[in-house]
Design a protein around this ligand. Structure first.
Ligand SMILES: CCCCCCCC/C=C\CCCCCCCC(=O)SCCNC(=O)CCNC(=O)[C@H](O)C(C)(C)COP(=O)(O)OP(=O)(O)OC[C@H]1O[C@@H](n2cnc3c(N)ncnc32)[C@H](O)[C@@H]1OP(=O)(O)O
Length: 182
């Protein structure tokens, strides 16, 4: 399906999940091998994600030398990966696991290698299985964003969605064990 980003007017009511991370706490790591936030992903972005107030998440990312695109600046695809993962935390504040079906990034300023990127992401709304999120990236002043992102996530049944793919993971045995628990 091809779509553009339009938040519908008739949104569902949402509540923060009682087991969601509390304000200021690290977001639960959904997969230690995740290229965005996983601690065991050697080449990954190593995003550090924190729960904010209401339906917000903040994150930081050191712009390492391996993320270079143009000379001295971050690769645009790396930045879109970061937005995907940061905004991807928003569904976890409401409860369900969800995967990206649509992602947009607007690049406003070059982002230097060696800088520390900061992100804030927030929920724009939920309609049935669709969760709409917005994110901004800045270098210290949230009023001067260097990039903005918008995404739609769709809730999934984790066991069903990943069932045919678990064997591809380096943590396949661990995931199989987790999935077989009731
Ligand atoms: C127990 C141990 C294991 C623990 C593991 C934890 C897992 C945690 C999970 C997540 C972590 C969060 C952090 C991650 C952050 C990064 C996220 C990523 O990068 S995800 C990778 C890239 N994304 C994909 O690979 C999705 C590929 N797409 C699909 O698989 C399907 O499209 C799927 C399952 C998402 C939906 O397919 P359908 O057949 O179930 O449902 P249909 O009817 O097509 O769509 C449902 C609703 O969504 C809308 N929709 C679908 N695609 C859309 C699009 N592109 N734009 C707008 N709306 C769309 C449809 O119009 C429909 O809306 P209406 O309810 O009818 O209003």
């Amino acid at each position: 399906m091809k779509s553009s980003f339009v938040v519908p007017a008739d949104l569902d009511a949402v509540q923060r999940h009682p087991k969601a991370a509390k304000v200021g706490e690290r977001m639960r790591m959904h997969n230690p091998l995740c290229y965005g936030c996983g601690e065991e992903s050697a080449e990954g972005l190593h995003l550090q994600m924190f729960a904010g107030e209401d339906f917000e998440v903040t994150a930081t990312m050191d712009v390492a030398a391996r993320f270079e695109g143009g000379p001295g600046v971050i690769h645009g695809g790396v930045l879109s990966t970061a937005f995907d993962d940061v905004m991807g935390m928003i569904p976890l504040l409401i409860g369900p696991s969800a995967v990206t079906v649509h992602l947009e990034v607007d690049y406003q300023r070059p982002i230097p290698i060696g800088s520390q990127l900061q992100f804030t992401a927030k929920l724009l709304g939920r309609q049935r299985r669709k969760i709409y999120a917005e994110g901004i990236a800045h270098l210290g002043d949230p009023d001067e964003p260097v990039a903005t992102g918008h995404a739609i996530f769709v809730t999934i049944d984790v066991r069903e969605h990943f069932a045919d793919h678990l064997a591809n993971s380096r943590l396949a045995d661990e995931y199989k064990a987790r999935m077989s628990r009731p």
